[in-house]
Design a binder for this molecule. Structure first.
Ligand code: ADP
Ligand code: MG
Length: 600
């Protein structure tokens, strides 16, 4: 006989205990909530002290506003918050906390002592709670601010306590939470003690702007070595601003440690923004390496939903794609300025990211099969250059020369080396991205032909052209097909070189069929079309380019999403650093005297 089921309202302590399972997964999640409360209370000094990686004690002391005797009790009630009062407030959250459930959740599964005092009160208040049960409130001789002690987390949920990982793992999580909070608040002094030993002491910055203050904090946390070589990011539009630092590729790691991302001061995880940053590093970071970065996004609270995750670790943006593009663009631009990826001298405007981002235009993230260039294997090309062949006058204005070699490669100087661009490969990349964009927007420009070209297709090609009509028209082809398989071409994409108008359509169809046959997995129609057009319309080797053409080509290349590879994955450029050149010439790096002697 089964027991009769009856629906009952669960006791409040049980409800809180269940809720705690969502908010508090481990000691570090409790610490995160306590730190957020201290920051929300405008503390300028915060001290954290933990024992047994937080499972025996997490104590957070702050010099913030503190609480009066009533609030000191009330704050442990579920949905007790001083931060929002009506549902509209949810769309305009400017504090870290807003749900009023953290303290209730923590108190449900731990033994908590709170000491708190407001400036205007003579006395402070002490509140003790055990597993959600109020044990005692009493006056307390404490200073202005709040000290909260959380002991024996999960003491009454043994199953969860046994889920805790090794103490070193739990402590790693504790320090990550602590560091994230310290990075976001460089004007606050932080200390972290473990078993009474000081682990971090971070003095508040005196710098006036956030970027400088953050850099100071970074130096203490990541060390002077890493901080010396960081690339600064600081860009704003009316919609979003991005600030922070990207570490030099040489400090990249195998793990994803030290990747800090914040939205409106809140530490979050976002696979999409991480991807945007990682792809900005693509050309300069080997496969399998993870960059170190600290980035702060600031955006109007109305345009981001922070109420989508139990521990507030994820957010949802109104315009994911725009933000993806913007973050990627500002990171690329920052690298360009720092000359980590080629941005050849005198053309800083070529990476034209200064314009306001188009928040509705989405460019696809690069495909995984487009890998980075293998500079070293290819460097020999550069040594084909005979010094005597250098055009006269180059040394007087070394910043801006562009030189075509063998009617095939374009050579230019970088601030710390040389850049060699393969003109055909570069043009393929440009045409490919442009074709994809044209097919997506349907807006490829068409060049109307004064004399129409008439071509005759096989039945198979004719059927294929019918099938590909939407893509062909989006690219800028304008044609009509008559009964007897003749095609009258009235217009071609505007960038088709003169003389090629007649063959180009047939040529693209041929490439399309070839791609279908050789591809291991079927290519999407657009992808195949873009590749076909790029391979058949690209500038060939053996074409002489004037300076303006070379400059435009390089400008366009570095405006691409993935400038470093052709659609088929071949390198489009090679960069040889000065160090590498010196090394190949058997010269000591940074030994100027010796270099001079060799030249003489
Ligand atoms: P929330 O932060 O979402 O409001 P919490 O449960 O974390 O919810 O905290 C409840 C309330 O307790 C807060 O709204 C705040 O008024 C008060 N409080 C918590 N911690 C502190 C603190 N360190 N200093 C001052 N007030 C605090
Ligand atoms: Mg809170």
């Amino acid at each position: 006989m089964g027991q009769e089921m009856q629906i009952r309202r669960m006791p409040i302590e049980l409800a809180n205990k269940i809720a705690a399972g969502e908010v508090v997964q481990r000691p570090a999640s409790a610490l995160k909530e306590l730190l957020e409360n201290a920051i929300d209370a405008k503390a300028t000094e915060i001290t954290v002290s933990v024992k047994a990686s937080g499972s025996n004690l997490i104590q957070v002391s702050d010099n913030g506003t503190g609480m009066g005797p009533e609030d000191a009790v009330q704050c442990f009630e579920r949905h007790a918050t001083s931060k929002i009062t009506q549902s509209e407030d949810l769309e305009n959250i400017r504090t870290l906390g807003f749900r009023g459930e953290a303290l209730a959740s923590i108190a449900a599964i731990a033994q908590v002592t709170l000491n708190t005092k407001r400036g205007e009160n003579v006395q402070g208040t002490q509140v003790r709670i055990d597993g959600g049960q109020l044990l005692e409130t009493s006056p307390s001789a404490t200073t202005v601010g709040t000290i909260i002690e959380v002991r024996n987390l999960f003491f009454n949920v043994p199953a969860r306590r046994s889920f805790l990982k090794a103490p070193t793992t739990e402590f790693r999580h504790i320090s990550e939470v602590f560091i994230a909070c310290a990075l976001a608040n460089p004007w606050v002094t932080f200390r972290l003690d473990h078993e009474k030993q000081e682990v971090y002491r971070l003095i508040c910055s005196r710098a006036e702007n956030f970027q400088d203050a953050l850099r100071e904090r970074l130096r203490t946390i990541l060390g002077p070595e890493v901080t010396q070589h960081v690339v600064s990011v600081d860009e704003s539009t009316s919609y979003i601003s991005v600030q922070g630092y990207l570490a030099h590729p040489e400090h990249a790691r195998k793990s994803r440690k030290n990747q800090y991302l914040f939205v409106n001061g809140r530490s979050i995880k976002s696979a999409s923004i991480h991807h945007a940053i990682r792809t900005a590093y693509d050309a300069i970071l080997p496969e399998g390496r993870q960059p170190v970065y600290v980035l702060f996004l600031t955006i109007d609270p109305h345009n981001v939903d922070v109420n989508v995750h139990p521990s507030k670790l994820e957010v949802r943006f109104d315009d994911d794609r725009g933000i993806y593009n913007f973050v990627q663009a500002v990171c690329r631009r920052a690298f360009g300025i720092a000359d980590l990826i080629p941005q050849y001298p005198g053309t800083s405007s070529s990476l034209d990211f200064q314009r306001e981002p188009k928040f509705n235009s989405w460019k696809p993230p690069p495909r995984a099969n487009e890998l980075r260039p293998a500079y070293d294997e290819q460097t020999s090309i550069v040594y084909e250059v005979e010094p005597s062949q250098l055009p006269p006058g180059v040394s007087s204005k070394p910043d801006s020369f562009l030189w075509q070699i063998q009617e095939r490669y374009i050579l230019t100087q970088l601030s710390n080396g040389v850049l060699v661009v393969d003109q055909k490969a570069a043009h393929q990349r440009i045409l490919y991205e442009r074709a994809l964009e044209d097919m997506r927007s349907g807006g490829g420009l068409s060049q109307q032909l004064l004399f129409h070209h008439i071509i005759c297709l096989t039945q198979q090609d004719c059927d294929l052209l019918h099938e590909l009509a939407p893509q062909a028209r989006a690219l800028g082809f304008d044609y009509s097909i008559s009964e007897n398989r003749t095609v009258t071409i009235q217009g071609v994409p505007s960038h088709i070189r003169t003389g090629a108008e007649k063959e180009i359509l047939q040529s693209i169809l041929d490439a399309y069929k070839e791609n279908t046959q050789i591809a291991l997995t079927p290519l999407p129609v657009e992808e195949n079309m873009a590749r076909s057009l790029a391979s058949r319309c690209a500038l060939q080797s053996g074409v002489k380019l004037n300076e303006e053409e070379m400059r435009t080509l390089i400008d366009r290349l570095f405006e691409c999403q993935e400038p470093s590879r052709t659609p088929n994955g071949k390198p489009t450029f090679i960069r040889v650093t000065l160090e590498e050149l010196k090394h190949r010439f058997g010269q000591k790096i940074s030994d100027h005297d010796e270099v001079d002697q060799t030249i003489l």
